[in-house]
Write a protein that binds this ligand. Structure first.
Ligand SMILES: Nc1ncnc2c1ncn2[C@@H]1O[C@H](COP(=O)(O)OP(=O)(O)OP(=O)(O)O)[C@@H](O)[C@H]1O
Ligand SMILES: CC(C)(CO)[C@@H](O)C(=O)[O-]
Ligand code: BAL
Length: 375
């Protein structure tokens, strides 16, 4: 009952065309805002916006009310790392919108765009379950505790003139963040950050959030997007500090939560902590005063050691990189650099892991902050 009141309060603040039919519980409510009957078939109490027109109508009503909007961009297959970002937005803003969109432009033609997990029905349930007990009358929060909308556009909405995944065939307007996009993840995924910066620009232009939420797990993405917002004078979110970056959520054994972990077999999952373990060893070396060369060597040699052990169980680990970078500029910190000249560092890495040489490969990424914190 309480959750129903919360839902109703949330819905009646929307424009008339967005009003939803509701009945006794979250699960039986649905929204007429959803295109083409999707909401009914998805049984979603949270409006699902499929088109830019729907999103803009939703946003206009919130501007009129002076409500603040928090935005959590995702590619779906939600896990508790994503949900932490959503919780932060619910706590900090009046209305929270989550996007679920697997962006073709950030996948190179050989990458896993086709097999990327797409789980919208369970994503909706995860977002609903975040909100259940928030509407206690005695402590009724001024802010909505229900996610206000999910933006799950089709590709024609975000790329009205089409999109090629092969960069050489792409035409039209794209966003690049020079100097920050070509190292670390960018060195092993050369088209990735252009795709990310471009789609996040579109999403920011469409949603016009007051605050946006990203995860430290993808630290280069977060730092690059802060720089993009600053350089391109984005009004929404209004400056780099409005791009919030939350700590990496981990499994008990330290593995960073990631949608792609769904690809791991039980055997490869057992060995998937190799990267995080290696970064921790590098962090320990740093804390002990080691120079960059030793920090890097410590982390790299741990991955090599873990790969030898996992190979005995037919699990293959291929290290893509271990890197030390300046936390502000992302400039590479070289082996011989003098630590006293550094204002902290990011120790990051990526590896591919698979069971059997021809088994499905899972990309693992992770990072740790050395003498530096993201505010
Ligand atoms: N473990 C995590 N902790 C904190 N934030 C996370 C975590 N995993 C993802 N995020 C953040 O959630 C947002 C959406 O990420 P995305 O949907 O790509 O999920 P993902 O788990 O990173 O998937 P992928 O397997 O593609 O890397 C990003 O800002 C990302 O940094
Ligand atoms: C920011 C993002 C949603 C853009 O597609 C994606 O790169 C992600 O989920 O980290
Ligand atoms: N979270 C990063 C999205 C990607 O790897 O495509």
């Amino acid at each position: 009952m309480k959750t129903t009141r919360c839902l109703l309060r949330n819905l009646v603040q929307r424009p008339a065309s967005a009003l939803s039919m509701t009945s006794g519980s979250h699960r039986s409510a649905y929204s007429t805002m959803t295109s083409k009957g999707d909401a009914a078939s998805l049984n979603s109490p949270i409006p699902i916006l499929r088109t830019l027109a729907e999103l803009r109508e939703w946003r206009r009503a919130l501007f009129a009310r002076g409500a603040t909007v928090g935005f959590v961009p995702t590619m779906g297959a939600l896990h508790s790392g994503h949900l932490n970002l959503v919780r932060a937005s619910l706590a900090e803003t009046d209305e929270t919108i989550v996007s679920v969109y697997v962006n073709p432009a950030q996948f190179a033609p050989h990458e896993d765009f086709g097999s990327y997990p797409r789980t919208l029905p369970t994503d909706i349930q995860a977002l609903v379950s975040l909100t259940t007990s928030a509407d206690d009358a005695s402590t009724a929060p001024a802010r909505s505790k229900l996610v206000s909308a999910i933006f799950a556009p089709t590709t024609d909405q975000l790329y009205p003139n089409g999109i090629e995944r092969d960069k050489s065939k792409q035409r039209g307007a794209f966003v690049e963040v020079a100097g920050l996009q070509d190292r670390m993840e960018g060195a092993s995924r050369p088209t990735f950050f252009r795709g990310v910066a471009t789609v996040v620009t579109k999403l920011f232009n469409a949603v016009q959030p007051d605050l946006a939420y990203f995860g430290q797990k993808d630290i280069q993405q977060a730092i690059l997007l802060r720089r993009m917002v600053s350089d391109l004078l984005f009004p929404h979110p209004p400056g780099p500090s409005a791009v919030r970056v939350l700590p990496t959520s981990r499994a008990e054994d330290g593995l960073a939560l990631s949608s792609r972990n769904a690809y791991l077999t039980p055997a490869s999952r057992k060995h998937a902590t190799a990267l995080h373990d290696a970064l921790q060893r590098g962090q320990d070396a740093w804390a002990g005063g080691s120079p960059p060369a030793k920090v890097l060597e410590t982390a790299r040699s741990h991955v090599a050691h873990a790969a030898r052990l996992s190979a005995r169980e037919n699990v293959h680990i291929e290290l893509l990189y271990i890197s030390l970078n300046d936390p502000h500029t992302l400039e590479t910190i070289w082996d011989s650099q003098d630590r006293s000249q550094l204002s902290g560092a990011i120790l990051s890495g990526a590896a591919m892991i698979s069971e059997g040489k021809d088994g499905q490969k899972t990309r693992l990424i992770d990072n740790l902050l050395l003498d530096f914190s993201l505010e």
